[in-house]
Design a protein around this ligand. Sequence first.
Ligand code: SAH
Length: 256
Amino acid sequence: MAQEITRTGTIHLVGAGPGDPDLLTLRAARLIKMARIIVHDGLVDPAILAMARPDARLVSVAKKRAHHTLPQEDICALLVREARAGHDVVRLKGGDPLVFGRGGEEAEAAHAAGVPVQIVPGISAANGAAAAAQIALTHRDASSIVSFVAGQCKGLSDQDWAGLAGKGRTLVIYMGVKTAPQIADKLMEDGLAPDMPVAVIENAARPQMRVLRGLLAGLPDLVTREDVQSPALIVIGEVTARGDVQVARTAHEAVT
Ligand code: SAH
């Protein structure tokens, strides 16, 4: 008796950018519109999910700091299971899949299971926020190094951040709202000037974006006083003190 052969599907790890559907790549938009199954995390904007076919299966594996709904191994297992059942899976992530997006772990799981993977880059929060707030991440007069760090990670206090921030450098901190006081202390202990300019960009590239500016020593206070909510980025460096106030005003900026 002839055996039915099921083709293995492909897992597409797709970056959804910082929120605005206009900031999707054409390839991401095409895959979202065609997909029969989309596995997405909590940062993906509803306007982007609304682009899916009406009969698409949308599976949320929302990862919020306080309540992990699905452990990473289970997400990997789900992706592999669906692909092995013959489905092309769109795994949709906020920003870029390979910047604090666990895209590496999911690609490894797929490789180990012999499932093909395609990765579609997205505009990472740092790039989206920089453009929306008109803060240059590098600037010939102010910064020639830019680093992305996770403010919420294992062993934060043991990490050596010396050299990442300071004169001529820009430090972009993802997931740093809750740990802002420890981050500010750590950087000042490492020798950073308390009056180093900082900016906090909440909901970058979304209609409700807020850009808050201040100085490193006042960062914890700024975050508390303005009740900054995730998702937000903290940018530290002289580049945050440049820029066009006019643009900033239209972006609901609070200068502190
Ligand atoms: N892969 C994503 C990052 C995921 S980590 C990317 O490349 O952007 C989640 C963190 O990203 C949040 O805690 C926040 O620091 C940042 N972030 C994501 N979207 C954001 C947005 N629209 N505005 C500001 N920060 C954002």
